[in-house]
Design a protein around this ligand. Structure first.
Ligand code: HEC
Ligand code: HEC
Length: 341
């Protein structure tokens, strides 16, 4: 059963700004409170999904011709929801891939992700590049209501008769604002050798400029490191701008980096995620990581991880990381100081 706190869910309260009360009760720093996303930004997105360009015929479920379906190799755990993802580039648009691990998308790029929970189509999320600057993105969820879906900027609890929580527009940014681009799963490391659309097919279609060099097949640790990349690195990375949405909005105050760069796929020992895991964490810190991912709460002190977007423990993910940690040669002398910022 999903975790339910006795208080209204802090994530649902975050936009209302009453979180100070919850923080006062539980003590600790309130990192749940995010600065409001402006109405101007959100007005760049259509009020209903039918106006977004995803479908040629929404009632028939026919997608538009220019929409590219994709599946990242390493996925974000979403409490068992089924997810489908699509991306559309503006006509003739190419992705600037000069930094292999930080693709820049042209203005007008749109991406969608649909969530199906227990057979119910609940929401489709949308992200759009609304201007030329890195920060120029808008993101919101659309809740399905019959044949169309309507933007819900304040999210929804127990949406459409399921236990599914739809995040607020602020919570989208808490995760998607953590890197130079809002797009997290359409990247070199996620699409190298992926089924369906992948780096090679994008190069063949002339969508990547310049075409990246070969990104080779995975090595042994890649499943665990890919898991950490997909589930943790949008928050835990050094390029995350402090105060993306308010001073501490879901911004970790610690120097853990769970990134798996595409360039590390063949030599994962060079990846920040493996360095964090094996060099920086001793046994005690690893037990803390496992402890945090094996539970769910929404407290301000020692919150479980990830602190957003999930109410149900990912048992397979915990098993994967537990087995992988057993293979690491952890330094016994680590006092835990070296990885505190
Ligand atoms: C807990 C962090 C988190 C939250 C909250 C979140 N996302 Fe995402 N989202 C991700 C990650 C990580 C991926 C890529 C991995 C995957 O799809 O499994 C992703 C993928 C997507 C995609 C596909 C394009 C891409 O970036 O790969 C869209 C569209 C999207 N999210 C929209 C939204 C919107 C809109 C919201 C708010 C309503 C939202 N997301 C909230 C983490 C998050
Ligand atoms: C939505 C952003 C976000 C995501 C995703 C996220 N974290 Fe965190 N993490 C935080 C924040 C914020 C804190 C600091 C909380 C506090 O102030 O105590 C934190 C703290 C931690 C800490 C405690 C460090 C310390 O000693 O204080 C660990 C360990 C950790 N995260 C691991 C993970 C792992 C592993 C994942 C993926 C399974 C993950 N996190 C995903 C935001 C995130």
């Amino acid at each position: 059963m999903p975790f339910r706190s006795p208080l209204p869910h802090p994530r649902a309260l975050a936009t209302a700004g009453i979180l100070a009360i919850a923080a006062g009760l539980s003590g600790g720093c309130d990192f749940h409170t995010c600065q409001k996303v402006s109405d101007d930004t959100l007005s760049e997105l259509p009020p209903t999904l039918s106006g977004s360009g995803l479908y040629a015929d929404i009632a028939a479920g026919t997608l538009s011709d220019d929409v590219i379906p994709f599946t990242p190799r390493f996925t974000l755990w979403a409490d068992g929801a089924e997810k489908q993802r699509w991306l559309a580039l503006p006509s003739g648009g190419t992705i600037d891939a000069s930094n292999v691990d930080s693709w820049r998308f042209p203005e007008g790029t749109r991406a969608w992700k649909e969530f199906d929970v227990d057979g119910v189509r609940v929401e489709t999320r949308m992200i759009q590049k609304i201007g030329p600057e890195d920060a120029d993105w808008a993101a919101v969820a659309y809740r399905w209501d019959g044949e169309d879906a309507t933007a819900v900027r304040d999210g929804a609890v127990d949406a459409n008769g399921t236990t599914h929580y739809i995040p607020t527009a602020e919570e989208c940014v808490a995760c998607h604002g953590g890197r130079a681009s809002f797009i997290l799963g359409f990247s070199a490391v996620q699409l190298a050798g992926a089924e369906g659309v992948n780096v090679d097919s994008l190069v063949a279609d002339g969508r990547l400029s310049p075409a990246p060099g070969p990104i080779s097949a995975p090595a042994a640790d890649v499943a665990a490191l890919g898991y950490l990349h997909a589930n943790c690195s949008h928050c835990h990375n050094p390029e995350r701008a402090l105060g993306v949405l308010g001073a501490r909005c879901y911004d970790p105050d610690v120097a853990l980096d769970w990134t798996l760069p595409a360039t590390s796929l063949t030599a994962v020992t060079d990846s920040p995620a493996l360095k964090t895991g094996s060099d920086q964490l001793g046994n005690a810190q690893w037990s803390e990581v496992l402890e945090r991912i094996s539970k769910r709460n929404s407290s301000n002190t020692n919150p479980t991880m990830p602190p957003l977007g999930t109410d149900v423990v990912d048992d397979d993910g915990v098993a994967l990381l537990t087995a992988w940690i057993d293979t690491l040669n952890l330094s016994s002398g680590n006092d835990g100081e070296s990885w505190q910022r």
